[in-house]
Design a protein around this ligand. Structure first.
Ligand SMILES: Cc1ncc(COP(=O)(O)O)c(C=O)c1O
Length: 289
């Protein structure tokens, strides 16, 4: 069974779904979104994703459809796919005459895309991945706040394309003073002396829902988790590194590309024991989330 889309009041095949060219999401990236996955057919951490969606919209002074309508559309789209799903909930400010002024928009447009879940290859979890620290900087919080998950992801697009050119799986962006912020679509963790360290929100990054649950899961199994400013060289000296996101979960990192094209090995070059334990504890929470 293929991808389905809830749009204009019902669920249809994704290939048939259309958004008007005057939609501001298309014209200006004037939209907010969330990505999540299902576990056992249930959307994982849906409440928290909807809360973050509301936060993103509020920061852009954008109205959202009723929460209950978003939940219904999400469940309908997932139900129509009928297998474990990747789910993308998008709300645009709506359509209107061309012009930046948001008051030109008619009403918010909700689109929910659900498609069969394809997880990263098992080998990536087993062997770990490479990160590249890229030149593209994460937006400063005083510009388009990284806490807003908006339809404008060009920063991340530039970052991931640079990382792929360098042969890495994911890009790591720094803030304008060179502190590590986050990946193009993931949050960053280092393990040092048995403790987790992740950059603080004040550096300018999206507060990942996986990040939050990973910190809680770590503490449950007796591993401290702190928000700490990290610099690129801190990764080279870390015992273990991993990244997190809703679809990937916890992905181990074994190499980081800084200046030398071959990169620097992290720890012994294999996913570490704390990463594994935290990943398992996170999965236990996500399965019931
Ligand atoms: C920029 C960015 N940071 C972090 C994340 C991870 O967030 P979450 O764990 O809520 O999926 C994402 C998710 O796509 C992202 O786009």
């Amino acid at each position: 069974m293929g991808a389905k889309v809830w749009i204009d009041g019902g669920v249809i095949d994704a290939a048939a779904a259309r958004v008007p060219v005057f939609d501001r999401g298309f014209l200006y990236g004037d939209s907010v979104y969330e990505v999540l996955r299902t576990f056992g057919g249930r959307p994982c951490f849906l409440d928290e994703h909807l809360e973050r969606l509301a936060g993103s919209a509020a920061r852009l002074q954008m109205a959202l459809p009723e929460r209950a309508a978003i939940v219904r559309a999400t469940l309908d789209a997932i139900g129509a796919v009928g297998v474990e799903c990747y789910v993308r909930i998008v709300v645009t400010r709506g359509s209107g005459p061309i012009g930046l002024d948001p008051s030109l928009a008619d009403e918010p447009r909700l689109v929910v895309l659900a498609q069969p879940l394809v997880l990263p290859d098992e080998a990536l979890y087993r062997d770990g991945v490479a990160l590249a620290i890229v030149g593209a900087r994460r937006n400063a919080p005083g510009t388009l706040d990284p806490q807003v998950k908006s339809g404008n992801y060009l920063n991340s697009v530039l970052a991931i394309s640079e990382a792929r050119r360098k042969g890495a799986y994911e890009a790591l962006m720094c803030d304008t003073v060179g502190r590590l912020a986050e990946g193009s679509s993931s949050n960053l963790f280092a393990v040092r002396a048995g403790r987790l360290a992740t950059p603080p929100l004040s550096v300018g990054l999206l507060e990942g829902i996986t990040r939050r649950h990973v910190m809680a899961a770590a503490r449950r199994i007796g591993v401290s988790a702190d928000e700490v400013q990290l610099w690129p060289l801190d990764l080279v000296h870390a015992d273990e590194v991993f990244i997190t996101s809703s679809v990937r979960g916890v992905m181990p990192v074994v190499r980081v590309v800084l200046d030398r094209p071959e990169g620097e090995t992290i720890g012994d070059g294999h996913p570490g024991p704390i990463t594994r334990r935290v990943a398992d504890a996170y999965l236990d929470a996500a399965r019931v989330g």
